[in-house]
Ligand binder design. Structure first.
Ligand code: ZN
Length: 223
């Protein structure tokens, strides 16, 4: 049974070609895009966006790993790890009804609650969030370098990717279908961790500048 409003919207906005240049496929429902591009928009925040695999930001992972390991005792690294731990713990307690959701408004607790029991344990069986933080910082740096290009379309795409990094640790069975809250989770991470992520990226930048300076110094004429 199609509602009159839906019928009206379809008549008004439906039909015609997908608005992505060169696509030519028929529009999907009342979207300005075809089904393929509409789904990409829904999944990744941009009609031409896609998943960015870990292999794309291997270099960045190595760069931020050095910074984070060097600063293991630094208050900002600890605060960032604490934030992630709190997010997971609060989600569990909200999802189980122990804490009221209106007073503890963490995004997507029903997804985040399943994190931490399988994929985050180190070889001693203790939850270790450092690899997750490193992935986030590596992705952030990669996005800094690639935003606006074919792999990181825009800021919205970046937020979806960041949400995905955390959601990847959730139970795989939860990560099927269209309703994955990547944007909500990514926005929450950026809201809380962006200063830290920017700081890590700056530290990587300083290391690179230092190395370039060292190269140049070596070429300077001697007396
Ligand atoms: Zn299309």
């Amino acid at each position: 049974m199609v509602s009159p409003l839906w019928q009206h919207l379809r008549e008004k906005y439906g039909g015609g070609q997908c608005s992505i240049p060169g696509c030519g496929a028929e529009r999907f429902e009342i979207s300005q895009y075809c089904q393929k591009h509409a789904l990409k928009k829904q999944y990744w925040g941009h009609p031409e966006a896609a998943f960015v695999p870990l292999s794309y930001y291997k270099t960045e992972i190595l760069e931020v790993t050095k910074v984070i390991i060097k600063n293991r005792q630094h208050v900002s690294v600890n605060a960032a790890l604490n934030f992630l731990n709190e997010y997971i713990e609060t989600s569990k307690r909200v999802a189980s009804g122990e804490l009221p959701a209106n007073l503890f408004p963490v995004p997507a607790p029903e997804f985040i609650m399943s994190i931490g029991d399988s994929r985050l344990l180190n070889k001693n069986g203790i939850r270790d969030l450092e690899p997750l933080l490193i992935r986030m910082a590596g992705l952030h740096l990669y996005c800094d370098r690639n935003e606006g290009g074919p792999n990181v379309r825009d800021h919205n795409h970046r937020i979806h990717l960041m949400g995905h990094v955390l959601l990847w640790y959730a139970k795989p069975s939860r990560l099927k279908g269209r309703g994955i809250p990547r944007r909500k989770v990514g926005a929450y991470i950026y809201e809380n961790l962006s200063k830290f992520l920017i700081n890590v990226a700056r530290s990587v930048g300083r290391e690179i500048e230092g190395a370039i300076r060292f190269q140049k110094v070596q070429e300077m004429d001697l007396k």
